[in-house]
Design a protein around this ligand. Structure first.
Ligand code: C2E
Ligand code: CA
Ligand code: CA
Length: 622
């Protein structure tokens, strides 16, 4: 129903916009747009817009109100000429059917022209009447501001100290201003988003490397003045790649998110925790007095990661290696602290993972050496600097030669002979293990074919394979290589370590099965050091267990080890597997093993690993 006041406004709005007025509006628009284009001081622009609108309506005050974060109440965003008390009174205005001019404009999503606030139902509530009394507002026109989706997000208003009828020009003025505010806000939002994208990690919503560096630099300045310490913790997941490989990238993403959540639960609000990328995270703990405090945090994180992760219905385990560096002890600059924490993390990995390690200067030397090895290792493969040694395996009963394990050595041009434990892990890390494995297999198989063609006794040739070599298609490659070398494939054996096969699962097991199909036998190396159960073993395509050297070493003196060895042998029998003991060095060890029914023996007592020439002599003597 239209009231007489409405009719008056409708008529008043019919007063046409003059060309000068149009000109002034365009000018306002142009000026503000130019400002928007050149700077990002959004608040200044909004204030300027208010002033420009005020200049076009003498004796008025402009205000911009916007929804709060929860989209419940309106807050004054800009009103440069409004008294502070008025701003305060307006803040928190709830949009309603009748809530002053702005609350109503937003609620009804239409312009509100209140020409006489004292006598208007929209201003009737006592709070508004109070406002009139306090600030002398007699007319108030308000235009909703809409976002891209055309939803009202706030209002642009002109409050006047006198009662006033709007003309079409004023309506245009309000529309123009509301439109400009919407553009400024959108710009602001986009810039925020860009900033977010440049400083945060999308997956975990944690700060990224850039923001972390900024914060670390800032923290260093603060710590310098306060003479306090900062701890930097470099956190790298130990077996994340396995999850990605076996369960897929989606599960990998879930794992990273959960890791981020769990670590967040161990730290204080004020600590900066960020994702560096991949499976690397970094944490900065400020206001540290004693470097030991960092170890408490690191310990908590490791513990928090211990609970199994459930990813797409699969239960998996994840652990982390953590390196710690301390400002100012381990570096004064952010990049140095990061580098040293990274170095310490590497050492934590080397020492067996799932642990933390503090940086110490000697590590830098170690890392330099390791980097050197990495570089040289690539060269070494190209330049064929590897030789293989053979270590015999004997049948317990007949003491006849039944097999030989191939053990690689690196003949380094200046450093001499490097043992496999010093470079196999490096080869795995830098991704050359497949190539190296092929070289080793080629050398050993070709050599055996020569021997056998000469009529020397034959035996099973055991190759150590790293689980990283058990990639899709590797069984086929083994078959092709054996056939190229004319090596009888049923004379081939692959030794795989227990812990690795358990961690890898799926893919690796498929390839082992394919190899078994081809006639290759599979031995489980270092048995007893992992955690496989009888039930798991039953499903693996293995034909042999190799009792780890560490259990053989102290028998018969160590009763525990005696029990373990007996149990492993009994377990192997139950499963119908052959069992080999490695590292047999004494007659006592041998006697006990033979007595317990161990099938084969390997160790210094019966034969050390030797090069091809020496092994040939040994074969000839058999
Ligand atoms: P492993 O598979 O457990 O190999 C047995 C290791 O025990 C060998 O050390 C061997 O020399 C040593 N050993 C044999 N008998 C005795 C003994 O009676 N007493 C003692 N104390 N030690 C004995 P090596 O050659 O240094 O190899 C170390 C590890 O390097 C191997 O452990 C294996 O995991 C890895 N490795 C060696 N060759 C290769 C290879 O060609 N490929 C891959 N992927 N890994 C290899
Ligand atoms: Ca082995
Ligand atoms: Ca072994």
């Amino acid at each position: 129903m239209l009231t007489s006041a409405d009719v008056t406004i409708t008529n008043s709005l019919k007063v046409p916009v003059s060309s000068e007025q149009m000109e002034s509006l365009l000018q306002l628009q142009q000026e503000i747009m130019a400002k928007i284009a050149i700077n990002n001081e959004h608040q200044r622009i909004l204030d300027d817009l208010c002033r420009a609108a005020e200049a076009m309506l003498p004796n008025s005050v402009a205000s911009i109100m916007l929804f709060d974060k929860k989209k419940e109440v309106l807050l004054v965003r800009a009103a440069p000429n409004m008294p502070a008390g008025a701003v305060e009174a307006l803040n928190g205005l709830v949009p309603e059917q009748e809530a002053g001019s702005c609350g109503t404009a937003v609620f009804r999503d239409t312009a509100q022209f209140v020409c006489d606030t004292k006598n208007d139902s929209r201003w009737a509530a006592s709070a508004f009447q109070e406002f009139i009394k306090d600030f002398g507002v007699h007319a108030c026109w308000s235009m909703p501001i809409r976002n891209n989706e055309q939803f009202p997000i706030g209002s642009f208003a002109l409050s006047s100290m006198e009662r006033r009828q709007p003309h079409a020009f004023h309506q245009k003025l309000l529309e123009t201003c509301a439109g400009i505010v919407a553009i400024v806000l959108k710009r602001e939002e986009e810039e925020k988003e860009l900033w977010w994208m440049a400083h945060y990690d999308d997956l975990t919503r944690l700060p990224n490397r850039t923001l972390f560096n900024l914060r670390l630099e800032h923290a260093i300045e603060k710590a310098k003045r306060a003479e306090r310490k900062i701890a930097v913790l470099f956190i790298d997941l130990d077996n994340f790649k396995d999850i990605n490989d076996t369960l897929g990238h989606k599960a990998g993403d879930l794992a990273l998110q959960e890791v981020a959540d769990r670590i967040c639960s161990c730290i204080r609000e004020e600590d900066t925790f960020s994702r560096m990328g991949g499976d690397e995270f970094i944490l900065m703990v400020e206001e540290v007095d004693d470097p030991l405090e960092a170890s408490h945090v690191a310990g908590k994180i490791l513990q928090e990661l211990e609970l199994p992760f459930v990813l797409n219905g699969h239960k998996c385990r994840l652990s982390a290696s953590i390196g710690i560096s301390i400002y100012p002890d381990d570096g004064l600059k952010s990049d140095c602290l990061l580098q040293n924490a990274d170095t310490a993390m590497f050492e934590a990995k080397n020492r067996g993972r799932n642990r933390f390690f503090y940086y110490e200067p000697a590590l830098t030397q170690l890392v330099t050496e390791r980097v050197e090895i990495e570089n040289e290792l690539r060269q070494a493969i190209k330049q064929d600097q590897f030789i293989v040694h053979y270590q015999p395996q004997f049948d317990c009963q007949s003491l006849r030669l039944v097999g030989a394990e191939v053990l690689v050595r690196w003949l380094h041009p200046t450093k001499g002979m490097i043992p496999p434990n010093d470079f196999i892990p490096v080869a795995e890390n830098i991704g050359v293990i497949e190539e190296l494995g092929r070289v080793i297999m080629e050398k050993a198989c070709a050599q055996c074919v020569l021997w056998w063609n000469d009529g020397l006794p034959d035996f099973t040739l055991s190759l150590n394979v790293s689980v990283k070599q058990l990639q899709k298609g590797c069984a086929k490659k083994v078959e092709e290589l054996a056939s190229k070398l004319k090596f009888p494939i049923n004379r081939l054996e692959m030794e795989v370590t227990e812990s690795l096969i358990m961690a890898r699962g799926g893919r690796a097991i498929c390839e082992l099965e394919a190899m078994k199909e081809l006639g290759v036998s599979i031995a489980m190396d270092d048995f007893g050091t992992g955690h496989s159960s009888l039930a798991q073993l039953k499903h693996l395509p293995i034909s042999k267990l190799k009792i780890d050297r560490s259990f053989v070493r102290d028998i018969p003196d160590d009763e525990n080890d005696v029990v373990i060895v007996k149990t492993i042998i009994a377990m192997a029998k139950t499963l119908g597997l052959r069992v080999v003991a490695e590292g047999v060095e004494t007659e006592e060890q041998k006697a006990l093993l033979v007595n317990e029914g161990c099938d084969d023996l390997q160790g210094y007592l019966l034969g050390r690993p030797v090069d091809a020439d020496a092994f040939k002599l040994f074969l000839e003597a058999q």
